[in-house]
Design a protein around this ligand. Structure first.
Ligand SMILES: NC(=O)c1ccc[n+]([C@@H]2O[C@H](COP(=O)([O-])OP(=O)(O)OC[C@H]3O[C@@H](n4cnc5c(N)ncnc54)[C@H](OP(=O)(O)O)[C@@H]3O)[C@@H](O)[C@H]2O)c1
Length: 345
């Protein structure tokens, strides 16, 4: 059995990591940290884990060595302990944005501060398994990708690989659930204010644009990315408008997606011509590690619309990190991740 610990275990992502890792057949969970709840039973704030675990929260001050450490901390909070965890644990999987960008300059531009460990930016593997499976299998440092970035990149990767030279512009609109913001709340996220609202929260300069640009373009180009908050708790839907030099047939798009994803265990092409579920819907993905992708071609306007959906806490965070963990340990990639989600929910 492999010993793992979760830093930031009282957060939404840390909580999902714990739920998954407690049922992973190769894993023993050693420590789960929270500064606010240290000493308390995890189940005291995770009622769905009653009778599942008697583990208590500990403090990062009492961190012990383990095989793999999952860092689920807010942006910038890993800097105080990253050197220590790299020295004391065999593998580190970070779920924040701290090590996702390879360029120090880009990090400064998007996060407004100097990176304290720029040498690590080149050592961490960007954590989308479908793109970096081979690198992950040889690395002990993985930086899990952002949730909006994951859905957008997976939707666009085959298009950029196959007809990237035909792409004029890409406009991505992501509709996100409230759990994307983490467990902290403010006046704007207070239930009576937020419930029922549809709020444009980041029409420009969303930080995930930096990751998407990094993974799709080799030159200094940018996608046009906007994010809108919706009334759901889990899940996100990314609608990517790809403006092309020429039209592309849906048959050719099918071929591109099949070429890249036909053997991917967590990608499903969803493009039914009839029925209720013709395109991806995050509601059908709650709790699962799948990314559903659909598309529609608009030949009159040389436009292709790609629609992708994930559970932000699963394929967008904890699930994808466990997928990376499996790859790093040469376990079957789907181990501990086969839950298909709930329907209806
Ligand atoms: N939410 C998502 O959908 C999502 C998706 C992908 C990636 N991410 C990224 O994953 C990370 C965690 O997100 P989240 O939504 O789980 O956030 P969250 O709900 O706010 O949880 C943050 C966790 O970090 C702990 N923490 C905060 N400051 C700390 C410090 N200085 N020292 C030690 N522990 C500290 C908190 O513990 P206590 O407050 O209990 O002490 C809590 O356990 C973020 O970087 C986020 O950007 C989130």
């Amino acid at each position: 059995m492999v010993e793992v610990s979760i830093i930031g275990g009282s957060g939404f992502v840390g909580g999902e990591l714990l739920r998954l890792l407690l049922f992973h057949p190769e894993v023993t969970v050693k420590q789960v940290t929270s500064e606010t709840h240290k000493g308390k039973f995890v189940k005291s704030i995770r009622p769905h884990l009653r009778q599942v675990t008697d583990i208590k929260f500990s403090s990062v001050a009492n961190l012990q060595s383990c095989d793999t450490i999952f860092l689920a901390l807010p942006h910038g909070r890993s800097f105080g302990l990253i050197q220590h965890v790299i020295e004391s644990c065999n593998n580190v999987i970070d779920l924040s944005a701290d090590y996702r960008l390879r360029s120090e300059k880009e990090y400064e531009r998007w996060y407004g501060e100097k990176h304290l460990f720029p040498e690590l930016l080149r050592r961490f593997v960007y954590g989308i398994p479908e793109l970096y499976r081979k690198d992950m299998s040889k690395s002990n440092l993985v930086s899990s990708a952002g949730c909006n970035a994951t859905a957008s990149i997976l939707a666009l990767h085959p298009i950029f690989q196959e007809i990237g030279d035909q792409v004029r512009d890409v406009v991505i609109d992501v509709k996100v659930g409230s759990s994307e913001g983490g467990k902290s709340y403010n006046q704007a996220s207070h239930h009576p204010i937020r419930a029922g609202s549809l709020r444009s929260y980041k029409p420009v300069m969303h930080r995930h644009s930096a990751e998407i640009n990094q993974e799709l373009f080799s030159t200094d180009r940018s996608v046009y990315f906007s994010a809108t908050s919706t009334n759901i708790v889990r899940g996100l839907l990314a609608t990517s408008q790809v403006l092309l030099e020429d039209s592309v047939s849906e048959k050719d798009v099918w071929k591109m997606f099949r070429k890249h994803y036909s053997s991917e265990p967590f990608i499903r092409l969803v493009n039914d011509k009839q029925g209720l579920f013709r395109y991806p819907d995050p509601k059908t993905l709650a709790g699962s590690n799948f990314c559903d992708i659909g598309f529609a071609s608009d030949p009159d306007n040389n436009r292709l619309v790609v629609i992708s959906a994930i559970d932000n806490l699963m394929k967008g965070a904890a699930g994808q990190a466990v997928q990376a963990f499996n790859i790093m340990h040469s376990y079957d990639e789907v181990t501990g991740l086969q839950f298909p989600g709930l329907y209806p929910v």
